[in-house]
Design a protein around this ligand. Structure first.
Ligand SMILES: Nc1ncnc2c1ncn2[C@@H]1O[C@H](COP(=O)(O)OP(=O)(O)O)[C@@H](O)[C@H]1O
Ligand SMILES: [Mg+2]
Length: 243
């Protein structure tokens, strides 16, 4: 792993009306790392991902691979190498799984049509869990399969940074294990840097190289996961509230 940050966030603020939701975040994501972000509901985690992925605007600076990317639209950011999944599992219900993933590779990257179909097939193979379902429409898929479709769409854009918003929420323990294995392979085999917003400590501890705790729009503590989890401020504010 090199020390070069793939993403730099400086003095990032976001307010809704008079309410300050992000209060000046400063952090970097190391290229090749898995950064975990956790914190209570309403801490600002999804808002942060929404700003980095261009869905909403904030004030401050976001640099990706050394270049400012604030103000770019989501599809432009996808083409530059930033992909994400959403807390609510969604896919195009009227397209087949294969067509859904093609949308990622065709519209989210600069691949031509044939290459985009090939790449979509490769990513479906890589994810593996949708074998035999490639030509079905995901409208009635169970949560785990929908999450797999959403992940395959994101991977199809050929991201160098992938942001996952609570990907294990609502999954069974066995499904969570499968998902964790997949995230590890995306990081290690595809070399994708990952920001993982997650509540489950088991998932965070099993996957993350770095951990950041968001609390009321501020970074409460960040660092090596095992140390962050032992930090008294975290125990008081975050874990303390749940136990
Ligand atoms: N569109 C919005 N308008 C007003 N307030 C919002 C909006 N989106 C989020 N918020 C508020 O911002 C805060 C952070 O929300 P969010 O980023 O979704 O938190 P998290 O993902 O950590 O649970 C919450 O208090 C939420 O109510
Ligand atoms: Mg959220």
């Amino acid at each position: 792993m090199t020390a070069a940050p793939i993403l730099e966030v400086r003095d990032l603020h976001k307010s809704y009306g008079g309410t300050s939701v992000l209060k000046g975040l400063d952090f970097e994501v190391t290229k090749g790392a898995v950064l975990g972000i956790t914190g209570q509901n309403g801490a600002g985690k999804t808002t942060l991902l929404n700003i980095i992925s261009g869905l909403i605007s904030g004030t401050g600076t976001v640099r990706f691979e050394g270049k400012p990317v604030g103000g770019l639209a989501p599809h432009e950011l996808a083409r530059r190498g930033i992909a994400r999944t959403f807390q609510a599992a969604t896919a195009f219900p009227d397209l087949t799984v294969r067509e859904n993933v093609f949308c990622g590779s065709y519209f989210g990257s600069s691949m031509g049509r044939d290459e985009a179909w090939d790449h979509a097939a490769r990513m479906l193979d890589f994810v593996g869990e949708l074998k035999g379902k490639e030509d079905l429409k995901p409208g009635s898929f169970r949560l785990f399969d929908l999450r797999m479709v959403m992940l395959a769409i994101a991977l199809a854009t050929r991201p160098r940074l992938l942001m996952l918003d609570e990907p294990a929420g609502g999954l069974t323990p066995a499904e969570t294990e499968v998902f964790m294995g997949l995230i590890r392979r995306i990081n290690q085999e595809l070399g994708v840097t990952i920001i993982l917003v997650e509540h489950l400590m088991k998932v965070i501890m099993g996957l993350c190289d770095e951990l950041m705790i968001l609390h009321n729009g501020n970074i409460l503590v960040s660092g090596v996961p095992a140390e962050v989890a032992q930090d008294q401020r975290v125990i008081d504010v975050y874990l303390g509230a749940e136990h």
